[in-house]
Design a protein around this ligand. Structure first.
Ligand code: ACO
Length: 422
């Protein structure tokens, strides 16, 4: 189909390189005086993008064309960040250059550290991250001119590099330990692990299996096309807001339990099940229409097949638990639950497969992160995707302020009645 006729007018059908065609309805209102109605944007493409492709039915996720499992197994986070931001895997020189830029930006302005003291010790780290990342705009004035491509690049590097430092500080603040400065001789992940779990009193030895797991976690969650937080970043950026403000908006959206918070819910559920013999009871509850219980970490709005990220995460969970010698029954519960659900007609018919959150909570918990930090880790990783998507939008000549319309169902015109007469 090359066009779709509505009220006698043709609307062009656009094709991407792969994936569903889209109907270009930009002239619909001008031609018909009608809007489209699509709450939750389930049928609406909000932009053109070259960054990430998902085929939910086939269980495919590509970053710039590369399958996620290949990147998770063979690449590293810095290389993937370069790929997402610039469109190509870096050459050796480009890799060294990009890596140096990110490493050079890991420290934060010393005065920014004093902000932490303003928060309660029991503040949720995501609350701290929303505030601190937004506050960065007050410190890095030389990278807030969004119309200057060089400043955009500097802001991107700053955000990617400083997120682990800010996140580790949020954790340290909550447990009353001193902040650790970054160690730029370490990899992106090892540096974050050291700033989070190390103390100034003794050297911190990075476990290579844990470092590798951290790299994979970061790679798997780095981008996921126009999800809620990415769309939030784009919408905030569409008004010309600076990148620090936009990423702060993305963090706020990610915080929601329907988005970044699902891994915590999945881990809690596995703990609640406790032992494999209790699985049938929970499967029965998940199938019961009168019971609101759902198997957390199962099902996805887009994936109607095995989430390719969950496959990698399952392997990582096993490696980490084996290496750390953690004999956690929740991993047995997870494995068995997965097998039972994958063979149950209810889950097969409804195309409910494990999603990335099914195993990521197990991995983060085994590494030592408290559940409140799970979404913070997600934010460190997704900052790369947010920045790549924001940059793409800023470079798009057709970019305009995002301004959805509405179906108004409120009161029609009525005259004001003074208080004494109501
Ligand atoms: N357990 C049991 N039944 C389920 C589950 C589940 N986890 N997920 C969906 N279903 C059932 C629904 O009851 C519904 O049944 P019905 O057709 O008989 O009414 C059917 O499957 C379709 O479910 P919807 O909620 O309409 O599917 P949708 O695509 O809108 O929802 C969602 C996807 C929200 C992720 C859902 O599968 C869910 O709640 N999963 C558990 C939470 C979770 O793991 N979220 C993480 C998502 S991944 C991420 O955000 C990174």
């Amino acid at each position: 189909m090359t066009s779709l006729a509505i009220d006698g007018k043709d609307y062009p059908v656009l094709s991407g390189t792969v994936g569903p065609e889209v109907v270009d309805i930009r002239k619909l209102y001008a031609n018909t005086g009608r809007f489209t109605y699509d709450p939750g944007f389930t049928s609406t493409a909000s932009c053109e993008s070259k960054i990430t492709y998902i085929d939910g039915d086939a269980g495919i996720l590509l970053y710039r064309g590369y399958p996620i499992d290949q990147l998770a197994e063979q690449s590293n986070f810095i290389e993937v960040a370069h790929l997402l931001l610039n469109g190509e895997l870096p050459s050796a020189d480009e890799y060294a250059d990009f890596s140096r830029h990110i490493t050079r930006h890991t420290m934060i302005h010393e005065q920014l550290a004093t902000f932490y003291r303003g928060f309660r010790r029991d503040a949720h780290p995501m609350a701290i991250m929303c505030g601190i990342v937004g506050a960065m705009a007050a410190f890095y004035h030389d990278s807030t001119d969004i119309h200057d491509p060089k400043q955009r690049v500097i802001a991107s590097h700053r955000l990617i590099a400083k997120m682990p430092t800010l996140a580790a500080m949020a954790y340290k603040y909550s447990i009353g330990q001193p902040f650790l400065y970054p160690d730029n001789s370490l990899s992106f992940s090892a540096n974050f692990l050291r700033m989070t779990f190390g103390v100034p009193a003794e050297p911190y030895v990075v476990d290579p299996v844990v470092e590798d797991a951290m790299e994979k976690l970061l790679i798997l969650q780095a981008d996921h096309e126009q999800n809620a937080s990415t769309s939030t970043v784009r919408l905030a950026g569409s008004s010309g807001a600076n990148p620090f403000a936009c990423i702060s908006a993305g963090i706020a959206c990610l915080w929601g339990p329907a988005h970044g918070g699902a891994n915590e819910a999945a881990l809690n559920m596995l703990r609640q099940i406790g032992t494999p013999d209790r699985i049938p009871e929970f499967i029965a509850r998940a199938k019961d229409k009168n019971d609101p219980f759902r198997l957390m970490g199962f099902g996805h709005r887009v994936y109607k097949n095995y989430d390719p990220r969950a496959k990698v995460m399952g392997k990582v969970a096993k490696q980490v638990l084996d290496k750390l010698g953690i004999n956690d029954p929740i991993f047995d519960v997870a494995r068995e639950l997965e097998q039972i659900a994958l063979n149950d007609p209810y889950f097969i018919d409804k195309k409910l497969y494990p999603n990335v959150d099914f195993y990521s909570g197990v991995v983060m918990s085994a590494i030592g992160f408290p559940t409140s930090m799970f979404t913070v880790l997600f934010a460190i990783s997704r900052t790369v995707g947010w920045i790549a998507q924001w940059t793409e939008m800023m470079e798009d000549p057709e970019q305009k302020i995002g301004r959805p319309r509405q179906l108004y169902t409120g009161a029609t015109h009525r005259d004001y009645v003074p208080l004494a007469s109501r």
